[in-house]
Design a protein around this ligand. Sequence first.
Ligand code: CTP
Length: 407
Amino acid sequence: MTSLAGKSVLLIVGGGIAAYKAHELVRLLKTRGAAIRIILTKAAEQFVTPLSLASLSGEKVHTSLFSLTDEVEMGHIQLSRAADLVVVAPATADLIAKMANGLAGDLATTTLLATDKPVLIAPAMNLRMWRHPATVRNVETLKRDGLALTGPNDGEMACGEFGPGRMAEPDEILAAIVGMLKPRAQPLAGKKVLITAGPTREPIDPVRFISNYSSGKQGYAIARAAVELGAETILVSGPVSLPIPPGVQMMPIETAQEMLEICQGELPADIAVFTAAVADWRVAAEAAEKLKKTGNAPPGLSLAENPDILATISRDPRRPRIVVGFAAETEKVTEHAAEKLKNKGCDLIVANDVGRESGVFGGDRNTVHLVSTAGIENWPNMSKDEVARKLMERLARMLAPDRKAAE
Ligand code: CTP
């Protein structure tokens, strides 16, 4: 039984029928030795009382943003900062919507907006509410913001319907809490990881450019994984619509040439992972003014080849110890990847099929093949986050083969 002694959990109880399970969750957390602080929303007070939770936790239960004594003793900012983890259980559709939109009208939502600690939510609601496009959108937003989810489970609900929406059981929430509070190995502490991500934009004239469909999701996931493993992480990224992962040093660029210069400027590094979909060509001579229709034939675009950033860094005298390329292919995936491994001089190619029906560009999942001189390793279909974690753990082991990474 993992002890949570010395750990502090802030439990925010939302107003749903599953709120009664907060009692059992508090009891379980107490048996593990965690310190618990509790916030009840107004709606939650309809289902459970501050008194019952205060008796179980042995702590005062907070309910009001405008409580003078609470603000004097422990302001809401302090409440969120003092915790190692914030848990929202049950997370109702209303609370999820407020969190996704950054509303801060009461103590619970203000605290959630003010916290810089990891947040775990245990959604609970009617299955139609869970499946509603608004909730789906809000949950996606929260996941993108880096919040962790446990549940909801399938099962019979208080409303008599059957399906997803039941809050995870207290022992499941406890397991998720233990997982999140477990000290993580940081095998890349003191190491520098350079990552390229997203597309590049090659200007045609002041208002037009050549680019591609890259979403940057895989590269950003790799950056998050590198930070988790303790690396100093430099993310050189083309324009994408993703939040900057906490803890990375962000270097925004537009063109391939800019990306190359930033990468060269960041050497030496221990590991470099090139996930960017660099435009292979740029317009040879960018027009200084907007190109106008003339009524004659459309203007021809004369293209020049862009520098190959992966190949250039692989051959740099200050080459990182491990250089990893990605190969975006639509056919003969591993054959083309093996050629790229040789031509570009890197240590590993992560090959993936980006054919239109694969859903890789812009999607959340990926099926990759690791191609190195040691052979080909086929990984099963995984989320881009899982690919990122597995890859970074592998690279950490390659860097220090005597140490077992991330255990
Ligand atoms: N790459 C790069 N600089 C370029 C082109 C590609 O650093 N100018 C890197 C990518 O980040 C990726 C790898 O090279 O890690 C392979 O990219 P990919 O687009 O699959 O290959 P290309 O070299 O562009 O070859 P092709 O388009 O002919 O398949």
